[in-house]
Design a protein around this ligand. Structure first.
Ligand SMILES: [Zn+2]
Length: 318
């Protein structure tokens, strides 16, 4: 968990919100455009959580009031529906042709489209000028997107042909002038709103929502357990550093009652093996000793053996 969770962020939150308001808004979106944007956001809120994982098809098939309203463009990383005066959504993709990246926790760089044709860049700049909310889609895998909203076009850099898209709460945040506490708040927010939900969703998806130890299948009682602590704020997509575990097995893993070897074999702490107690100890833990974990079907999503080895060493020392 994030070690910053206990800090009081009320001060920086207010300061950033105020700065965001001051920077914003030299103009107003027209009533027609604003009404449609509002309708789209309402529908998005009704259908998805603010940090859900969605498929490309769901985004293309999206409808508002019975009318087709794709949330992403079929071929471009920006969506500018004709009736909207300013951009509706952008896609941030680590493997795309543009240098999109998270430049600071909760803030992504989005490059202007080459040539600047078709008004795409103009509408992106308009989103900043009008201070309207936009949708950000993070492409985590082919066909797998994380929806992040509300977001804002927080900064336009025409000289270097890019904009910065931020979580709405960080629209007044400027990495260069932020205080230490504001940075801490930005990091906390990015973890909570973006990276932790993405990590969980990707791990649940890889493990088909079942405990890798006991195959328990109820998502409400499953966690995405980290193999080694990941300090980088963008560690979310690292499915290979995660395993889906039920609450009991996650807690047992974290307390080193249960280990997973680099050969994917479950071991139970020696002292625990000798204990005599009720059915949870016997069936839930002791009988798991020597059993292989259930692996994700896709090889690329299976746990990283080096990370497992590092962690297993801590278990065996215990
Ligand atoms: Zn379990």
């Amino acid at each position: 968990m994030c070690g910053l969770a206990g800090l009081d962020f009320a001060g920086p939150m207010r300061a950033l919100a105020l700065r965001g308001k001051l920077r914003q808004a030299a103009g107003m979106e027209s009533p027609v455009s604003a009404a449609l944007r509002g309708q789209i956001f309402d529908e998005v809120a009704a259908r998805f959580l603010s940090s859900s994982i969605v498929s490309r098809q769901e985004l293309l098939d999206f409808t508002v009031g019975g009318e087709s309203m794709p949330l992403i463009d079929r071929s471009r990383g920006i969506r500018n529906p004709k009736p909207l005066e300013a951009t509706l959504s952008v896609v941030s993709s680590a493997d795309g042709p543009y240098a999109d990246e998270e430049v600071s926790p909760g803030i992504w760089r989005y490059d202007f489209r080459a040539g600047g044709s078709g008004g795409d860049n103009r509408k992106l700049i308009a989103a900043h000028r009008l201070g309207v909310p936009v949708l950000l889609f993070r492409k985590l895998q082919p066909n797998v997107y994380q929806i992040v909203y509300p977001a804002r076009v927080a900064h336009v850099n025409e000289a270097e042909s890019h904009v910065l898209i931020s979580l709405e709460e960080l629209s007044g945040f400027s990495p260069g002038e932020a205080s230490v506490v504001e940075r801490g708040y930005a990091e906390y927010l990015a973890k909570r709103r973006v990276h932790q939900p993405a990590f969980r969703a990707m791990v649940m998806r890889a493990y088909d929502t079942q405990c890798t130890v006991c195959r328990f299948k109820h998502g409400e009682l499953l966690d995405a357990a980290h193999i080694t602590a990941d300090s980088s704020h963008s560690g979310d997509a690292t499915v290979t550093n995660g395993m889906a575990m039920c609450k009991i097995h996650h807690a047992a893993y974290d307390a080193n009652f249960l280990g997973v070897s680099p050969d994917y074999e479950i071991r139970i702490n020696a002292r625990l093996l000798d204990e005599v107690d009720g059915p949870m100890l016997r069936h839930g833990l002791q009988e798991m000793h020597g059993v292989k974990i259930t692996l994700p079907a896709r090889r690329a999503e299976q746990p990283d053996r080096e990370r497992l080895a590092e962690r297993f060493e801590v278990f065996t020392r215990g």
